[in-house]
Structures are given as structure tokens and as C-alpha cells.
Design a protein around this ligand. Structure first.
Ligand code: GCU
Length: 419
């Protein structure tokens, strides 16, 4: 109610002495595209006008980068195939749910693993995120179903046999999922496996999971990309959570690491039901500002991972520093909802300073919408989180999800989701 009142107030107030700290379009040939200026050149003067400009930005990012996703499917059902009220030594209730989606005579399915803390007051807030190696990889709990989708056998996760998960895949990725801490802090944890949603192997891209349900969406330049499919599946996970009485679906944060952090940001940008976004080292095509021209670039993204973004992004290869948009547009779509960008010192490809630059560049929109935005501080020292409605930290070490990252995500979520 307070939020509605506040928005109403802003909608009625013309731009109240608001001056964004960033001067868009005034940084030499690195001019930063201005979220406050309509395509027509007109300036946004009120929150009501921002709603219109937001539509333009959503259209631009969809058309030029992420591609078009289907809406909420008409034929979707949820089957809870597992319920254990005494999971993890009695700490949690474990549910496993298959999401079935049918379209154009085909059916896709993927599983959600849900842990609800037994001690907390229900309904609880939740954190939902995609995982890399299958639901069974996030915890050694023997009750988790082994994924039947393809699983990579890498140096980091040497557990699959002929592309199939084995018992050795149980808990192989547990170090990146602070399940106990998340539950102890009163959050449910929900996860789903990227390969069940859409193949991340470029030779199988668009041929597995949800993509075959929408063949027409591949026949266009702004095709339904893999990052967009992952984001869309997170929204379907939220559709399920809206039916689960243990969860408060109005307090769900979407989390992701790396490529899955890119998807989490797009999920938050496209689905306003997500109450917060927690992005861990999402880097290029995620939290990093392309315009700095540092770290992984569009050419590499479109060449090594051609399925991640829409084909339309190819036209910007080599043009990172002159894009008509940049990733602060994605944060602007998330605004005014809280978003956290976590980075790591040795994760140079993801350009931590570039993620900081994005937070800085989105501050104006966040403050315009009546929030604290991003504190006006210099690039922080290691392990010194900066926290406003936009949060940021850089920690020592490389590309990973560490306990330090989770503690900051939980502190940030407490500020915004537990009040
Ligand atoms: C590669 C890629 C990154 C991505 C990462 C990951 O390193 O270049 O953009 O974030 O994979 O998903 O782990």
C-alpha cells in the first residue's frame, strides 16, 4: 500500500528538482545512452512518463540483445512428486515439483527443487536460481532426484558418465550453494537445472527443453535466446511459487552466478513479480558495462556462446564502446526493486569496475523512483560491500560463489525482504 501511495505521489509530481549524477551522453565518444531520454529525444519528466520510456527500453533490449520470449504458457501444470517434511535432519521441508508446459503439440518439463525452512514463520520469502550441474549437485541430500538431462563432465565436476548424472554428482557443486545459511536465515531455496530448460551446448542449442515448443520464435533476428529461455523458466518457477502456501511469492529474490546471473538479471528486468535480483559475477551481457571496452566483449559472447543472446546482437560485434544501449538499461528495467551486483578481484573477464559503472549509471533511475539508489562512493576496497537499493561488492579471489557472497546476499535480502 505504501508503495502504491509513493508511486502515486511520484506520478503526480513533476520531476522534483531531480538531477542525475551521471551526465548521460557526455563522456566523449563513450557517450552513455540515457535512460531518461525517449527515442524521440523528449526527456522523461514524471514517473508516469518513465513507465512509457521503460516500455521503449524493454523493447530495445528485447530486440537488440535478449530476443523475444513467449508469454506465460496457457498449458502449464505443476506436479509435486516428492514431499519430505523432515529433510536435512529435520531443518527443512523438501519438495520436488515438475513443471509441465505444452505448446504446438509438444511438451517440455523441468524440475524445481524446493527447500522450505521448518523453523521460520510461514509463508517465507524465497531465493530462486538456476544451477549448473543438476539439482542434485547443490546438496548431498540423497532424496534429490538425479537429473536425467545431459550433464557435462568437466575438471571441476568430474561426475557424469556418458552425459548422465551419477551418484557422484550429488553435492558436487555444494560449495557454491549456502543451503544451511539460507535456511537458517529464514529463506526458502528453489533451484532448477539450466540443461532441463534449454541446452547450453551450442550444437544442441534450441533443440532441447522449452525451445522446441516455440519454433516460430527462432525464425527471427530477435529469436528466443538461451539466456532468455533460462530467465523465462525462472518466471515459470515463480508461477509455481505463487501456488505454494509455504512461500510468500511477493518476496522472492532471483539469484544467479555467471551466465546464470545474466539470466537472473533478465528475469528481474522482464518479470516485475521478482522482488529483488542477486547477481553474482554475471560479467559481460550481465552486470558489466560494455562501453568501457574491458574484459569479455560482444564478439566473444556471440562467437563462443552464439546461442546465449539473440542473433540480432551479432551486428554489435566490435562495437562495444558505441552501443545505443548498455547494461544500465537492464538495471533500469529492474528499478526500483533492489538489485545486488557481486564481483571478484581476479574475475577480470567480468570487469568488476565495469559492474560498478553499471550500478553508478543506474543510480539516477533508482533515485528518480524514490529509492536510495547507489551510494555515491568511490570504488570500494575488497570485502567492503556498498549497500543502497543497489548493492555491490568486490571480494578477493576468482570466478566463484563463496560464503562471503551469500552472506552479503542474505544481509541485502534481509534489508529488503524481511521488513
Ligand atoms: C565463460 C563466459 C562468461 C560466463 C562464464 C560462466 O567464462 O565467458 O561470460 O559468465 O563462462 O558462465 O561461468
Amino acid at each position: 500500500m505504501r508503495l502504491i501511495m509513493r508511486n502515486l505521489l511520484f506520478a503526480l509530481t513533476p520531476l522534483c528538482a531531480f538531477v542525475p549524477k551521471i551526465v548521460y551522453g557526455q563522456e566523449g565518444n563513450r557517450a552513455l545512452p540515457d535512460p531518461f531520454t525517449f527515442n524521440s529525444g523528449k526527456k522523461v519528466k514524471s514517473v508516469k512518463e518513465w513507465e512509457e520510456r521503460r516500455k521503449e527500453i524493454l523493447e530495445t533490449m528485447t530486440r537488440e540483445m535478449y530476443g523475444t520470449s513467449p508469454g506465460r504458457p496457457k498449458n502449464m501444470r505443476f506436479e509435486v512428486f516428492d514431499l519430505d517434511k523432515k529433510a536435512l535432519g529435520g531443518k527443512a521441508t523438501r519438495k520436488q515439483v515438475t513443471v509441465y508446459i505444452a505448446e504446438n503439440g509438444r511438451e517440455a518439463r523441468f524440475d524445481l527443487l524446493v527447500y522450505v525452512p521448518n523453523q521460520a514463520k510461514h509463508p517465507v520469502p524465497a531465493i530462486i536460481g538456476l544451477n549448473f550441474i543438476g539439482n542434485q549437485a547443490i546438496h548431498a541430500d540423497p532424496g534429490i532426484k538425479l537429473t536425467t538431462a545431459w550433464v557435462e563432465n568437466s575438471r571441476m565436476f568430474p561426475c557424469a558418465a556418458n552425459g548422465k548424472a551419477t551418484d557422484a554428482c550429488r553435492g558436487v557443486n555444494a560449495s557454491q550453494w549456502a543451503v544451511d545459511s539460507i535456511l537458517a536465515r529464514g529463506y526458502a531455496l528453489v533451484t532448477l537445472y539450466r540443461e532441463e530448460v534449454a541446452s547450453d551446448r551450442k550444437e544442441y542449442a534450441f533443440q532441447t527443453g522449452v525451445h522446441p515448443l516455440y519454433p516460430a520464435l527462432q525464425q527471427r533476428e530477435d529469436n528466443f535466446s538461451t539466456v532468455a529461455a533460462w530467465a523465462w523458466a525462472l518466471s515459470r518457477g515463480l508461477d509455481y511459487l505463487e501456488t505454494d502456501r509455504d512461500i510468500d511469492a511477493k518476496r522472492v529474490a532471483v539469484f544467479g552466478f555467471s551466465r546464470l546471473g545474466k539470466a537472473a538479471l533478465w528475469a528481474g528486468a522482464t518479470d516485475r513479480r521478482f522482488a529483488a535480483v542477486l547477481s553474482n559475477e554475471s560479467g559481460a551481457g550481465g552486470g558489466k558495462q560494455f562501453r568501457r571496452g574491458i574484459g569479455e566483449d560482444i564478439n566473444r559472447l556471440c562467437t563462443v556462446f552464439p546461442h546465449w543472446y539473440a542473433r540480432s546482437l551479432n551486428k554489435y560485434k566490435g562495437k562495444d564502446t558505441e552501443l545505443p544501449f548498455d547494461q544500465h538499461f537492464v538495471l533500469s528495467l529492474i528499478a526500483p526493486r533492489p538489485v545486488y551486483l557481486a564481483t571478484a578481484e581476479d574475475d577480470k573477464n567480468a570487469d568488476p569496475q565495469g559492474e560498478f559503472a553499471t550500478a553508478r549509471a543506474a543510480d539516477g533511475i533508482y533515485r528518480f523512483l524514490g529509492t536510495s539508489g547507489f551510494p555515491d562512493v568511490p570504488f570500494p576496497a575488497l570485502n567492503r560491500p556498498v549497500s543502497g537499493q543497489i548493492g555491490f561488492h568486490i571480494r578477493p579471489g576468482g570466478h566463484d560463489v563463496k560464503m562471503f557472497d551469500w552472506i552479503q546476499f542474505l544481509n541485502f535480502s534481509d534489508l529488503h525482504l524481511q521488513k
